[in-house]
Design a protein around this ligand. Sequence first.
Ligand code: DGY
Length: 329
Amino acid sequence: MRKKVLVTREVFDETLEYLSRHFDVIPHQTSATLAPDELARKLQDVDATVISTSDRIDEALLARCPTLKAVCSASVGYNHIDVAACTRRGVMATNSPGVLNDSVADFAVCLTLATCRRLTEAEAFLRTGAWQGTHLKEMLGVDVHHATIGICGFGRIGQTIAHRLQGFEPTLLYTARNRAAGDVERRLGASYVSKDELLQRSDIVILILPYSAQTHHYIGARELGLMKRSAVLINMARGGVVDDAALIEALRERRICGAGLDVYENEPNLNRGLLGLKNVVLSPHIASASEPTRQAMAMKAALNCVAALTAGNPPDLLNPEVTKAGVMG
Ligand code: DGY
C-alpha cells in the first residue's frame, strides 16, 4: 500500500509532482493555516507531513496522530516543532537549511537600508502629498556605510549577511553562542564581542539567531536601554527573540532611532502598537521569499520526506536519536 503524505500549505506543482511519484499526496493548496483540530483530523492515517512555520507540531497533536512517522518543515527555523516530543514518539523531524541563506542575507541588507533610510515613511510622505520640495533637513536617516554593525547570531546566515555587508565598509562586530573560527573572522573582518558590548557600540544591530527558551526576549527593555539612541534594530530572527512590547515603548520614546522587523511575537497577530509607529519598517516574514528559494525550500522538505519514509535517513534530520534507537515505525 502506498504511504500517505499531507502537505499542509500551498506549494509549487513540482513539489507535489515529486511527492506523488512516491506517495498518495493530500494537498492543501491554499494560503490558509489549518487550525490544530483540522490538522489533527487531516493527519489521521497519514505517514508524513510537509509543513511550514505556521503549523505547530506539539505533544498534543502528535498524541492524536499515531501513524505519523515524519514531519518535514520547509523552513530552516524549527521552533514550531517540539522536537523532543517528536523523539519521544518516534517521529522524525526535519528542516530545510542552506538553500535560503543568500535570499535571507539579501533581505537583511534590504531591511537594514529601508529602515536606516526611512524608505517606507518617506514613501508615505510622498504618496500623501506632504512633500513640498526637497530641503536639507528632510527625512534624515542613518548611514549604513562605515557604520558599526553588530550581528547577533553568526551561523550560516549571519556569516552570509556579514559577507554581503562588506561593500559598506563597516566595523563589523558579532556575538554568538560559539565563537567563529579565526579564518572566518579574518575573512569577514568581524570581531567577536559580548552581547552587551555589541549593543553599546553598534549603530545597527541585526538579529539572526534561532529562537529557543534561552533566546526568548533576548532583546528586552534592558538591552534596548544599552543601545545608542541613534541606533537601529533589525529583527530577521524569530518573533519572541525581541520583546515587542518593550520595543514599541523604546521606539515611541525614541530611546532607539528605529527598527526593521520581518518577524513578530504571535505571528500573524502582531502587536497593533507597531502599526502606528513611523520609525519602524514592517514586513510579513518574507526574508526567504524569492521564487527559486521558496521552491528549493519546499523541494528540500519533500526530499527529506521521501528519504524519511523510504530509507529512514533524511539528510536534515533534527532528531537522529529516533533512527538510532530504532524507534521508527
Ligand atoms: C525559515 O526558514 O525559518 C524562515 O524564517 C522562513 O520561514
